[in-house]
Write a protein that binds this ligand. Structure first.
Ligand code: NAP
Length: 256
């Protein structure tokens, strides 16, 4: 059985991804910030799918947090994991205008949404390369959950947009570096998805979607993203490393 790490995997999009992977028989390391008691229901739901599930509490933006994720992951996998999904993320605190954004918030968003994913990917990639050198049949891949904010400007979320744009470049960098080991790296770029992150902007997006913001006239749901990640993880896109998979209901498709 293969093992995947899903950061921020106990709720929202991360839980949608973890659920779809569990449906396909992946053992899981679910990471998050909350104590284990707070995620008991989510873990129970995943375990009911007959896979092994371990919880790794820790801040992806910190050395200690990433160390804990790696320790739990190596133990569950008995070596290198086969898949890392960099999903954990926060929105821009307070959604402040670019002329008012403060350094503390900027650092927090970059540390969580970009730096954490970078150094976790680096550590997991090293494990994968080492394993692949010993065993050519080993299959590994990385998936980064970015956002349409990688390319679509929101002047009240500059830190978020910059972090996601950086994560898009990061996907290409790791794809280029890991190509020789046949370890594909993909970017999954969601649009507007129902989760705790978007609760505060429900009315705004209800209205915009009703007015035709997306070609597919509805909110995205975590399951939409989970299905895309599961297909990538399954190996259904073997010749597409470095590519962006859009999960945005065609919000970003240019239209006249
Ligand atoms: P969410 O419902 O707010 O969930 C965020 C998850 O990330 C939670 O599981 C949380 O852990 C975890 N997390 C936050 N900070 C963390 C940290 N420092 N270390 C480890 N885990 C941390 O958000 P979501 O909507 O599911 O978003 C998931 C990802 O999709 C994010 O990267 C987000 O930017 C991206 N995205 C979201 C949308 C959208 O419309 N919702 C659109 C495009 C992209 P706890 O549960 O322990 O708090």
């Amino acid at each position: 059985m293969k093992t995947a790490v899903v950061t921020g995997g106990s709720r929202g999009i991360g839980f949608g991804i973890a659920s779809k992977l569990a449906d396909e028989g992946w053992n899981l390391v679910v990471n998050g910030m909350r104590p284990e008691e707070g995620v008991a229901d989510a873990m129970e739901t995943l375990r009911s799918k007959d896979v092994q599930v371990a919880y790794a509490r820790g801040d992806v933006g910190s050395v200690e947090g990433r160390g804990n994720i790696l320790e739990v992951a190596r133990e569950l996998a008995g070596g290198s994991v086969n898949l890392l999904v960099n999903n954990a993320g926060i929105t821009s605190p307070g959604r402040m205008d670019i002329l008012d954004t403060i350094e503390e918030n900027f650092d927090w968003v970059i540390a969580t949404n970009l730096k954490g994913a970078f150094f976790l990917s680096q550590a997991v990639a090293r494990d994968m390369v080492e394993t692949k050198r010993k065993d050519d049949s080993f299959q590994g891949s990385l998936v980064n959950i970015t956002s349409i904010s990688s390319a679509v400007v929101s002047t009240n979320r500059p830190d978020y947009c910059i972090a996601k744009a950086g994560l898009s470049m990061m996907s290409q960098l790791f794809a280029a570096r890991l190509g020789e080991y046949h370890i594909p790296v993909y970017e999954v770029r969601p649009g507007i998805i129902k989760s705790d992150m978007t609760v505060g902007v429900t009315d705004k997006y209800d209205k915009l979607i009703e007015e035709g913001l997306c070609v597919t006239k509805r909110w995205g749901i975590p399951d939409d993203v989970g299905k895309a990640v599961a297909a990538l993880a399954r190996g259904d896109f073997p010749y597409s490393t470095g590519q962006v998979i859009m999960v945005d209901g065609a919000l970003t498709m240019p239209r006249l």
